[in-house]
Ligand binder design. Structure first.
Ligand SMILES: [Fe+2]
Length: 288
């Protein structure tokens, strides 16, 4: 069995600024990661941890160095770069120089291969300059990213493939949000691109982040996931368990392990989602 954790949007260095959906305790990241390590010791073993992006709030060498120091946990950590991780022209070079341990192939795009699955990390783009977020939020992939991903999907037809990118692939179901308008609706071109890839290659689950909300939207046999930030109450993260014949996701939190007098906004419980937004268990098509 492969067991991994999925967290996102830690926004190290944001201070009092930045988008939030629940009260934010980003300055408590060291304590949160210590609590997460305690959780792992109680509930492990865990093979690795995936970070869905926005590890830091703004690109600077200091922010990367500090985040890398806090994320020095005794298990592999892999990062899918988010828009806040890419706010300068030399962002990728700086990440590779200061935190190469997060990028297994010395590349922004990489694959984690286990005995049960392959997880393809493919950070989406935001504007006309690759790997730079300065003004626009136009989620898309470079042609070269899609070609590389398709080569890997094509090359291992007998494996369970998961995909991780930063931007959500779908807006939040209105049955969850209770809103009368879309919430974090991506461009249709991005949705169509990812949906087509997932369905073409029988990908059971696509992970995303960025919205700061838990989502589990099931469409045509694919579970599209986002996770609420580890640094916002109630400090949630996901546990994935992959077997050749099944895929399971559970949402857990560190609320009871954090003694910081944390607050919670009970007017926005949709962020945590309904039971169906927080977990799933599904059987996988057996591979020959
Ligand atoms: Fe983001």
């Amino acid at each position: 069995m492969t067991r991994f954790l999925y967290i996102s949007d830690t926004h190290w260095g944001s201070g009092d600024t930045g988008y939030t959906m629940q009260p934010k305790y980003d300055h408590e990241l060291p304590a949160l990661l210590a609590a997460l390590q305690d959780w792992i010791e109680a509930h492990g073993p865990i093979d690795f941890l995936l970070h869905g992006g926005d590890m830091i709030h703004e690109m600077s060498a200091d922010n990367i160095r500090q985040a890398a120091a806090w994320f020095d946990l005794p298990l592999p950590i892999h990062l899918c770069l988010g828009n806040h991780d890419l706010t300068a022209h030399d962002s990728v070079d700086t990440w590779m120089a200061l935190a190469p341990q997060f990028f297994p192939e010395a590349s922004t795009d990489f694959t984690i291969k286990t005995t049960d699955c392959m997880i393809h990390v493919i950070p989406n783009q935001y504007g006309p300059t690759p790997f730079l977020w300065d003004r626009t939020q136009d989620p898309h992939f470079l042609d070269s990213q899609i070609q590389a991903l398709e080569q890997r999907l094509d090359a291992a037809p007998d494996t369970t493939h998961l995909i991780l990118t930063h931007s959500p692939v779908h807006d939040l179901p209105q049955a969850q949000s209770g809103l009368d308008k879309p919430f974090h609706q991506p461009l249709a071109s991005f949705t169509d691109c990812v949906v087509e890839l997932a369905e073409k290659y029988d990908v059971p689950c696509v992970l995303g982040a960025h919205s700061h909300v838990n989502m589990n939207k099931e469409l045509n046999g694919v579970n599209y996931i986002t996770v609420s930030p580890l640094v916002e109450t109630p400090f949630e993260f996901k546990l994935f368990e992959v077997l050749p014949e099944s895929l399971t996701m559970e949402t857990h939190n560190l609320w009871d392990r954090m003694d910081v007098g944390a607050r919670y906004n009970w007017n926005s419980t949709f962020v945590q989602g309904r039971a169906c937004d927080r977990s799933f268990h599904r059987t996988l098509t057996p591979h020959s």
